[in-house]
Design a protein around this ligand. Structure first.
Ligand SMILES: Cc1ncc(COP(=O)(O)O)c(C=O)c1O
Length: 401
């Protein structure tokens, strides 16, 4: 990166607790979420503790420590802790569910054009393996109302549809889908939902129990600022029997018996020890919740509200500076917002590269479903309004010369 010729805006004071390069205006928490130094220290402490006596850790202590993390996370996402297990990322969560489904030739798997590519790739692979067919519906862009999204999704349902993949918040367009309405509507048509809440805990208030999706997977390593590799999979209680991780381990032949010894269900037991692995990223989830509680007014919930408010404020000021219209109603936004840029002759890649090389701004610029070029802003606790004012000026210079 070249040294910027501009004075960089100050981030929010809490920035000092993160390890982010101060010479970068980091506006892409949505792709990779930064982790506070104190949480990385907590993870190191868990690692050192394990290394002191590895048999004690894996055979005895880790079970209770995983339960502590599970209890803390289930309080935040509102579900019974017994229904929740850990996986290393949301992509693994989706792949695990697909691996457990009983699919046959001619079955249909419903997705939208705004689902995350890695998840779509796993759907395509499953379709190849089973003879099922992936049906993709297009969500409108720009979006006027939740009803438009509901109509688009439901238009893809047929008598052969078995499962639908829906993001809680879409990656490319940053919109919160109306899943409270969609999950029961799909269920009524005999279609279960995999809810992709990669942007879930710490991003949007979650209520897994009342939403009722068959499967929900989500990342703690995004908006909860956990170390990388911390994610969860929730499986509704009526679907847990025989549900296994992608890799089965030592106790696979008698999970229920083994679970009795560790005081948990066979489902929990299978995921809590899925081969020798680093589990310390999961253990820090409770530490993350405490970190938010001690450092941010209102804890995780207060931070979600703060980020959403700042996101709407930032989007409005960028739209005003560039003379463009907000493409999504405020009610469908969390801490992400995608803004169409006025058309010009530069590609998305060129604009993104210039933002980084000339202004030191790390932010995605990409195509939208309707073919426009858009910038996606992310707002996390360490971001300040001054950073978005700086982004707006930088975009104006790049786009208008
Ligand atoms: C909506 C959505 N789903 C899934 C993922 C994949 O997450 P991971 O790379 O942690 O598996 C992402 C990543 O950004 C995402 O935005």
């Amino acid at each position: 990166m070249t040294q910027t010729i501009h004075e960089l805006p100050k981030p929010a004071p809490i920035f000092d607790q993160f390890l982010i390069d101060p010479n970068v205006v980091y506006l892409n928490h949505g792709s990779f979420g930064a982790c506070p130094e104190a949480i990385l220290d907590a993870q190191s402490a868990h690692r050192l503790d394990a290394e002191r006596e590895l048999v004690r850790f894996y055979v005895k202590d880790s079970w209770g420590k995983i339960d502590r993390a599970r209890n803390a996370l289930s309080g935040l996402v509102q579900c019974d802790p017994k229904d929740l297990v850990f996986v290393h990322n949301a992509t693994t969560g989706v792949a695990t569910v697909l691996d457990n489904l009983d699919l046959n030739e001619g079955d249909e798997l419903l997705v939208t054009n705004c689902e995350y590519q890695a998840c779509l790739n796993n759907f395509a692979r499953t379709a190849d393996r089973t003879g099922a067919k992936v049906t993709s519906v297009s969500l409108p862009w720009p979006i006027k109302s939740e009803e438009q999204v509901i109509d688009a999704v439901m238009s893809g349902v047929t008598d052969r549809t078995k499962i639908a993949l829906l993001s809680l918040v879409t990656s490319s367009t940053g919109i919160r889908l109306p899943i409270e309405q969609l999950i029961p509507m799909l269920k009524e048509r005999g279609v279960e939902t995999i809810l992709d809440a990669a942007h879930g805990p710490g991003c949007i208030p979650m209520d897994i129990n009342s939403w009722g999706a068959a499967y929900t997977t989500g990342n703690a390593h995004k908006w909860m600022c956990a170390p990388k590799g911390a994610a969860f999979l929730h499986v509704r209680s009526d679907l847990q029997d025989g549900f296994t991780p992608l890799v089965v381990s030592n106790d696979a032949l008698d999970l229920k018996g083994a679970g009795k010894k560790t005081g948990r269900s066979g489902f929990n037991h299978a995921f809590d020890y899925a081969g020798t692995d680093d589990v310390t990223m999961y253990l820090t989830i409770a530490d993350c919740i405490d970190w938010f509680e001690s450092n941010i007014e209102g804890g995780v919930n207060g931070n979600m509200q703060r980020n959403r408010d700042l996101c709407i404020q930032a989007r409005d000021l960028i739209c005003e500076e560039l003379g463009c219209t907000p493409p999504v109603p405020d009610s469908m936004l969390g801490p992400l917002s995608t803004i169409d840029l006025p058309s010009g002759n530069q590609t998305a890649r060129e604009i993104k590269d210039r933002l980084l090389s000339e202004f030191n701004i790390q932010i995605p610029v990409w195509g939208t479903p309707s073919g426009t070029i858009a910038v996606r802003i992310s707002v996390q606790a360490y971001n300040s309004i001054e950073q978005y004012q700086y982004l707006a000026r930088a975009l104006k210079i790049i786009l208008q010369g």
